[in-house]
Design a binder for this molecule. Structure first.
Ligand code: IPM
Ligand code: MN
Length: 371
């Protein structure tokens, strides 16, 4: 298969982790005779620095023409302490989602056997978790009318949803539930919010067409609690934009590190694949950031084009790296492997067959990982 991939490394650790995802995609291309071409484009703080615009026209053009987008991270601390700044790096990502109509953000959350003992939660709580969060991505309070009053003393953000916006992601979530464990939980605040009432009514209506899927409802605060108390009760979680943002960060605790969670944003135009972690500015340039979420986002990209075997081989290699403790400091406090070493191990593992022996000392030295 030939794929033109728009590469948007963005800010902070974004360039370092996307570089490892590309390394892994190149290994897949070599092994399975695919051709992946990359076109780099600016976004976020990096784009503001060069062009004054967090989403330059050129970037949007490259993304619109591409088959898929591989995204790094966005955000820079120089914007964080000044809430009055007009142009922010995050606008680059938000506008990209909006302009490409990427209304569904799909975030899988699983546990890895070899990481379970490192979790902040009890082993019996996180064992066997397999959740996928469907977060609405182009509506709600993120994109509603917002304003600060002239005197600077009042502000508002409007949360609005149309039936069309609710229905299209709800269909995707039900279809996913059908081929999984057939359970869908809608998370909302329908005891308070009008938009949530509309969500609930529509989801009940659409649920009637999917009788094989068990439909449940939780208020957001209870869902936040249940995610930590008994995460195994969830299969597919469907929710609106801001609740989804918060719950998916919370859910990353279950996996052991936010450096593990990948996501796919799909909708009308070119699909985008990105780690859910941010730009982690303190780690920038230190070669310590966890590349697994970016690498797993590349696996989601391949899956989007029905390259299931290829995606699976990335996942197997990632699991192997975790099992052998070839991981970055967030997962491994004693034996540090660098971002590039982890990426090299995974790409080498993909290129070589599974019976090969691995020499950890060589990986430490940054040499070939395989003996
Ligand atoms: C995410 C991020 C973004 C969001 C930011 C960078 C605007 O946190 O993708 O979850 O809030 O959606
Ligand atoms: Mn977020």
């Amino acid at each position: 298969m030939k794929l033109n991939i728009a590469l948007l490394p963005g800010d902070g650790i974004g360039p370092e982790v996307t570089q490892q995802a590309v390394k892994v995609l190149d290994a897949i291309a070599e092994k399975h005779q695919h051709t992946f071409k990359y076109t780099k484009a600016l976004v976020g703080a990096a784009a503001i620095d060069e062009t004054g615009d967090p989403l330059p026209e050129e970037t949007l053009k490259i993304c619109s023409k591409a088959d898929a987008i591989l995204f790094g991270a966005i955000g820079d601390p120089k914007y964080d302490n000044n809430p009055n700044i007009k142009i922010r790096p995050e606008q680059g990502l938000l506008q990209l989602r909006l302009k490409l109509g990427l209304y569904a953000n799909i975030r899988p959350v699983i546990t890895y056997d070899s990481l379970i003992h490192k979790s902040n939660l009890k082993e019996e709580v996180v064992n066997g978790v397999d959740i996928v969060i469907f977060r609405e991505l182009t509506g709600g309070i993120y994109f509603g009318e917002k304003k600060l009053s002239e005197d600077g003393l009042t502000a508002y953000d409007t949360c609005s949803y149309s039936v069309e916006e609710i229905d299209r992601i709800t269909h995707l979530a039900f279809n996913a539930a059908k081929i999984r464990r057939k359970k869908l939980t809608l998370v909302d605040k329908s005891n308070v919010l009008e938009t949530s009432k509309l969500w609930r009514n529509r989801v009940i209506e659409i649920g009637k067409k999917h009788p094989s899927v068990e439909l449940n409802f939780l208020y957001a605060e209870n869902a936040a609690k249940q995610l930590i108390l008994k995460p195994t009760q969830f299969d597919v979680i469907l929710t609106e934009n801001m609740i989804g943002d918060i719950l998916s960060d919370e859910a990353s605790v279950i996996s052991g590190s936010i450096g593990l969670l990948a996501s796919a944003s799909v909708g009308k135009h070119t699909a985008l694949f990105e780690p859910i972690h941010g730009s982690f500015p303190r780690a920038k340039g230190k070669n310590i950031a966890n590349p697994l979420a970016a690498i797993l986002s590349a696996a989601l990209l391949l899956e989007h084009f029905e390259l299931f075997e290829e995606a699976e081989s990335i996942r197997a290699a990632v699991e192997k790296s975790i099992e052998l403790n070839i991981t970055t400091p967030d997962l491994n406090s004693t034996n540090h492997f660098s971002t590039t070493n982890v990426g090299t191990f995974i790409s080498d593992f993909i290129l070589d067959d599974e019976n090969t022996f691995y020499n950890k000392d060589n990986i430490d030295l940054g040499q070939s990982t395989i003996i």
